[in-house]
Design a protein around this ligand. Structure first.
Ligand SMILES: *Cc1c(COP(=O)(O)O)cnc(C)c1O
Length: 362
């Protein structure tokens, strides 16, 4: 096998090796089907079974209560920035809690489509934290409140849902979906592009409460109408068959190899603490971007004393098989994305490299 490096990419991100191996084995012919998953009809009973199992696994992993649809859509999380207001806003107003770059994009898109207001904005503080409940300026008549559970670029994560009372809660969960248990019952709708933590690029999982589907406008473009997608079980048109198949394998891996989301969360906490320890023990050589109480378990962001050292760090890291550690251009510095599929050995290798680099350069 070609050598694999430690891949800390923010997305598309690392996938579990057993999933890739199985996909490789099955690529020419699915067992008992005799055709590649790249070739089968989305109307076939085999794909039906793939769709069924993917949904069933997600329902089991997340303990999704009755009364929710699970949809597999295209267009990425970015299309959800538009679909959410198109479907849910009507002539009302929605509240946006903006704790990073993705939340800002969602807010801007909603403003194009109707009335959206800021319930909180962390931009003036360079998106280094999430709001405390008493900072939220919520409109009790809002059609929904939107927030981003984990801001992938800044590495800022909500530790619990913002309290929004009776107003429907909508969440962009792209980069921490399936990283921990979630009380789905608290959400009206949540969405996640698969390529961070659940699969490859090309499919977006949407979990939506059924009662929302009863109040949608009638004039929506067919493909952008949640109701149509729900009534047609995500196969109104040709869905991303291969991407859904990989999400199925990832969900199987989470259930059978990891043992569920409680265990996954525990492993993720362990992995993240290795890197935050390296930051905290460096006596200021590494500066974490996020406030400690809002630190992301998925995307660890930090800076070095200057850009020269950052360049050197990234170059040396790569020479040690530690790849894709450059921070997003809007934040600078470094970012290690340590999604579910990043083994703890990879995080240990990065931690050791960080400690060693700081010893030599501080
Ligand atoms: C990556 C990401 C997006 C954008 O996803 P696309 O699938 O590229 O549209 C949106 N929100 C969050 C939180 C992300 O991490």
């Amino acid at each position: 096998m070609t050598k694999r490096v430690w891949n800390f990419s923010a997305g598309p991100g690392v996938l579990p090796l057993p999933v890739l191996e199985e996909a490789q084995r099955d690529l020419l012919a699915l067992p008992e089907v005799g055709m590649s998953v790249l070739e089968i009809s989305h109307r076939s009973e085999w794909f039906d079974a793939i769709l069924d199992e993917t949904e069933r696994n997600l329902r089991q992993l997340l303990n999704i209560p009755e009364g929710y649809h699970v949809l597999f859509l295209q267009g990425g999380a970015s299309l959800q920035f538009a679909m959410v207001p198109m479907n849910l806003l009507g002539d009302g107003s929605a509240d946006y809690i903006v704790s990073g770059s993705w939340g800002e994009k969602a807010f801007q898109e909603a403003q194009k489509l109707g009335k959206a207001r800021l319930a909180w904005n962390g931009k003036a503080e360079r998106y280094t934290r999430v709001p405390s409940p008493n900072e939220l300026e919520l409109d009790p008549n809002a059609r929904y409140v939107h927030f981003t559970s984990n801001e992938t670029i800044q590495g800022v994560e909500f530790q619990s849902e913002p309290p929004v009372g009776e107003v429907p809660l909508v969440c962009d969960m792209s980069s921490d979906f399936l990283s921990r248990p979630v009380d789905i019952g608290r959400y009206a709708l949540l969405y996640a592009g698969a390529q961070k933590n659940a699969g490859p690029a090309g499919v977006t999982v949407v979990i939506v409460r059924d009662d929302l589907l009863e109040r949608l406008p009638d004039n929506l473009p067919t493909m952008l109408d949640y109701r149509v997608q729900a009534q047609n079980r995500s196969v109104y048109n040709t869905p991303p068959v291969f991407a859904i198949y990989i999400v199925m394998l990832v969900s199987r891996w989470l259930l059978n190899t990891i043992g569920g989301l409680e265990r996954m969360h525990q492993i993720n906490r362990e992995k993240a603490s290795l890197l935050y320890d390296a930051i905290d023990r460096s006596e200021g050589f590494y500066q974490g971007h996020a406030h400690p109480e809002c630190r992301s378990l998925m995307n660890v962001t930090w800076r070095l004393p200057n850009e020269e050292l950052e360049k050197e760090f990234l170059k040396e890291a790569q020479a040690n098989d530690l790849y894709e550690l450059k921070g997003h251009r809007s934040v600078g510095g470094c970012r290690a994305s340590i999604y579910n599929a990043m083994p703890i050995e990879g995080v240990r290798a990065l931690q050791e490299f960080m400690l060693d680099f700081a010893r030599r350069k501080a």
